[in-house]
Structures are given as structure tokens and as C-alpha cells.
Design a protein around this ligand. Structure first.
Ligand SMILES: *Cc1c(COP(=O)(O)O)cnc(C)c1O
Length: 467
């Protein structure tokens, strides 16, 4: 506690320096609310300081989530934080903007009849996948009832073993068997040839992934669609596709518009994406769309009053800020198709550049050079004898502030340990060059390291920076 020489306790005045105030002289409340208020500038400073040693978002190449938006977008979003997206009566124009985003996205995904597409914004792809999964389950149940299946039996969902955890959650929440098609070592995605062996009349749907989180590779949706077209011709128990395009949904339409993965495919009936991945918005926005209204079961559409009329609400969450929706719309009108194309193409070029530099070191086998998602994914070459592992390299990079994870691939490929660099819009060539310098230096340090951390007899343990 601060005391002066004469009277004991001192008081603050308007010119007391921030770090000389009485409040700055004691710890901030942590687990119990403080009795007295704090001055706003001090509260701001103390919390900001507390967050200071967290990673630098721009150097975090582990995440797909956006780490840069233009000043005008940030301004617009902070000015609209108080708008509640669900309150469509109070904020009808925000509701209109959400609908415009849905139309824009349905058009990017080549929906056949724009007017007939139905969709919603969500907090992210996890919520969107949950909705799409429920729609599949409800549709399956209706079919199953009509066809006289045993409804006490557990239905299943078919997906590649490279699925994102939201699908595991969906299956646990809804008591569904998660049937994993093992990822193929050559293409690092679902192998369509074996797909049918996983499908039966209790299959609620197949999920194709446009951008497998582990590797950045795309499932071959055209091939999956063909397999299911043939299957559906032979049976009443039709199986349709949902595409989890969390990362690829707002990337592919700009750099590879000819790739057929979307509503152009006969059996694709719903798609989700994360606006906060390659949609280029800060975290908190996702989208779920159904090709035709009829694919979204009526039970999942709830009506709210909207300016005397009715407005359907589909999302799980009720109140949340509309600012992310507004941020998404800002990007759409600000960037346009050409703006998105340039940004995404540049991002892919940087990924190719990194893959090329990594290849040239002679140390790595490249699994994705950025040709699908702009993600560079690599393992140490097996025939190169080294005393260190990729986990050590991740740690070296972390010392320079780069977060680049190392982890094993999923089931049946778990012996392959890979490292992954997710390129995003704000990773430019200069930064990529700095990263390569740090990486090469890290390799050199490890090659020359006097102390080796791995025991000769035991397997190297998983440690260091993983994801
Ligand atoms: C990121 C991701 C998700 C989850 O998305 P959130 O927007 O983070 O909820 C789901 N599926 C895939 C394939 C992803 O890459």
C-alpha cells in the first residue's frame, strides 16, 4: 500500500500516473468480484497487460481463423456490436443483410434456384454442421418410417477419418454411429472406392470434406457423388451428401471455380462453411445452406414474428451480435469476386513458395503443397537419419514466435507425423521469407545440438507444440 511521509495514506488525483494509482498498487480481482470499481483506463491497461504474453495471432500458422481485417471493417463491426442478430423486428436491415449473404453464398455454390435455397448464419461451422446433421437425421427417420425400418436401431453417419471434432460431437449428442472411412495414404482423403462398404439402410448421410483439417486435402466429391448416384438407383434407401466446406467453401469458388464439389452435384443437398476461415471475417461466423427448401425438415424451422409477417429461424443459438454478419457483407461488397480471387490466389502462391523451399531442403516429404487448401503439410523423409523430430522443430519455431503444429495423422496413418503451415491472407511473401529463415536456422541448431532429448531406446514422446 502507498503511504506518504506525513499523513499516512495517499489519494489519487487526476494527474496521478496510471501505474502510480492506488488501485494499481494491489492485485486485480480474479476469482471474486472486487468490492470497488476500477477506473476504466486502468481496467483496460491491466487486462491488456495480462493478455500480453499470449501468442501473436498473425504468427499463428496453426489456425484457419482470420487474423486480419481492414480498419473500415473493424470500425463497422465495432459500431454494430450491440445489434442482436436474432432480433429481426428491431433490426430488419440486418436481417436483410444476412439474407443477402445467404443469396451471395448460394450463388457462389451454384445453387440451381436461388429463390429456393434456404440457409442461416451461425456462430461457426460447428453449429452449421450440427444443423445439417440434424436435417439429415430427421429426413432419414421419415424415410425409415415409411420403409418400415427398425427405428430402435442406431443410425450411422459416414465420413472420412480426417473428420473435424464437431462431427464426433454431433454423433454423441444424437446417438449416431460415426462410421469412418479411413483416409487413403496416397490421396490423404476419403477413398471413394471403398465407400459403399460403409453404407447401409441406416446411413443418414455421407459427409464429404472440402479441406480436411489435418492435411488441407479435398475429398473427391465428384467421385463420391457418382458412387452414390449408382447406389441410389438400386435402392429406396437413398443416401445424400452434406459437404463440410468449413475451409474450402469460400476459397474454391474464387481460385478453382471449375471444381465440381457443390450444389452442381446431384446428391449434394447441404453445405456449410466458416465465414471466419477463408471468408476473411474475424471469428464468430458460419453458414449452413440447403439446396432446396424441402431438404430442411419443417420441424427444424421455427417461426418468429417479423414486422407483422413471419420470419423463419433455423440456427441453434438465439442472441448474438450481428457484427460478424455485417463484417461478412462488408467483405463481399468491398472485395467482390476479383478481390477475393486475388487474395486467395496470393495465399495459394505463398503456400506453393513455402512448399518449394521446404522441398529444396531435402529433409521433407511434402503431403500438400498448397494445391487444395493453401496449407503446406509435410513429414520428415524416412530415409534421412536425424536425431531430432518435427516436435523439436515446432519448439524452435515457437522461440521465434511462430506457432506451427506437429501431430500424428488420424487412424491407420497415425505413424505419419506431420507439420502443417496454414497460409492465410495476411501471410505475405516477406513474412514467409522470414519464416523460412527461422526454419532453416532451427534445423541447423537442431543438427548441431549438443544435448539430445530423445532416449535411444524409447519412442519419441509427443510433446512440444501440437495442435
Ligand atoms: C474448422 C472446421 C470445423 C469447425 O468450424 P468452426 O467454424 O471452427 O466451428 C468443422 N469442419 C472442418 C472441416 C473444419 O475445418
Amino acid at each position: 500500500m502507498l503511504y506518504d511521509n506525513k499523513n499516512g495514506k495517499v489519494k489519487d488525483s487526476y494527474d496521478t500516473p496510471l501505474f502510480g494509482t492506488l488501485a494499481a498498487d494491489s492485485p486485480i480481482p480474479k476469482n471474486k468480484i472486487g468490492e470497488q470499481p476500477l477506473e476504466p483506463r486502468l481496467a483496460y491497461q491491466l487486462i491488456k497487460d495480462e493478455l500480453m504474453n499470449e501468442g501473436n495471432a498473425r504468427l499463428n500458422l496453426a489456425t484457419f481463423c482470420q487474423t486480419f481485417m481492414e480498419e473500415e471493417a473493424v470500425k463497422l463491426m465495432s459500431e454494430t456490436l450491440e445489434k442482436n442478430a436474432i432480433d429481426k423486428t428491431e433490426y430488419p436491415q440486418t436481417a436483410e443483410i444476412e439474407q443477402r449473404c445467404i443469396q451471395i453464398i448460394s450463388n457462389l455454390w451454384n445453387a440451381p434456384g436461388e429463390q429456393d435455397t434456404i440457409g442461416t448464419s451461425t456462430v461457426g461451422s460447428s453449429e452449421a454442421c450440427m444443423l445439417a446433421g440434424m436435417a439429415m437425421k430427421f429426413r432419414w427417420r421419415k424415410r425409415a418410417e415409411q420403409l418400415g425400418l427398425d427405428l430402435t436401431k442406431k443410425p450411422n453417419l459416414v465420413i472420412s477419418s480426417g473428420y473435424q471434432v464437431c462431427w464426433e460431437k454431433f454423433c454423441v449428442y444424437w446417438d449416431i454411429e460415426l462410421r469412418q472411412v479411413p483416409m487413403d495414404a496416397d490421396c490423404m482423403s476419403m477413398c471413394p472406392d471403398s465407400l459403399l462398404t460403409y453404407i447401409d439402410e441406416y446411413t443418414i448421410g455421407v459427409v464429404g470434406i472440402l479441406g480436411i483439417t489435418y492435411t488441407g486435402k479435398f475429398d473427391d466429391l465428384e467421385a463420391i457423388d457418382q458412387v452414390l448416384s449408382q447406389y441410389n438407383e438400386t435402392t429406396e434407401h437413398k443416401v445424400y451428401i452434406h459437404v463440410d466446406a468449413a475451409s474450402g467453401g469460400l476459397f474454391v469458388p474464387f481460385v478453382k471455380p471449375e471444381l465440381r464439389w457443390d450444389f452442381r452435384l446431384k446428391n449434394v443437398i447441404s453445405i456449410n462453411c466458416s465465414g471466419h476461415k477463408y471468408g476473411l471475417v474475424y471469428p464468430g461466423i458460419g453458414w449452413a445452406l440447403w439446396k432446396h427448401r424441402e431438404y430442411l425438415p419443417q420441424e427444424l424451422i421455427f417461426e418468429v414474428d417479423y414486422l407483422g409477417g413471419k420470419m423463419p429461424t433455423i440456427a441453434i443459438n438465439f442472441s448474438r451480435s450481428a457484427s460478424q454478419i455485417i463484417g461478412q457483407y462488408y467483405n463481399f461488397i468491398r472485395l467482390g469476386r476479383e478481390g477475393y480471387r486475388r487474395i486467395q490466389q496470393k495465399t495459394q502462391d505463398v503456400a506453393h513458395y513455402l512448399a518449394d523451399r521446404l522441398e529444396k531442403t531435402g529433409r521433407f516429404r511434402i503431403y500438400n503443397d498448397g494445391s487444395d487448401l493453401p496449407v503446406v503439410c509435410y513429414a520428415l523423409k524416412e530415409n534421412v537419419k536425424l536425431e531430432w523430430t518435427l516436435y523439436d522443430l515446432s519448439d524452435r519455431l515457437l522461440m521465434r514466435g511462430w506457432q506451427i503444429p506437429t501431430y500424428p495423422l488420424p487412424a491407420r496413418l497415425e505413424n505419419i507425423i506431420i507439420q502443417r503451415i496454414v497460409c492465410r491472407a495476411d501471410l505475405n511473401y516477406d513474412m514467409a521469407g522470414l519464416l523460412m529463415n527461422d526454419l532453416l536456422e532451427g534445423i541447423q541448431e537442431l543438427d548441431n545440438a549438443a544435448v539430445l532429448v530423445h532416449g535411444k531406446k524409447t519412442e519419441p514422446k509427443v510433446y512440444g507444440f501440437t495442435h
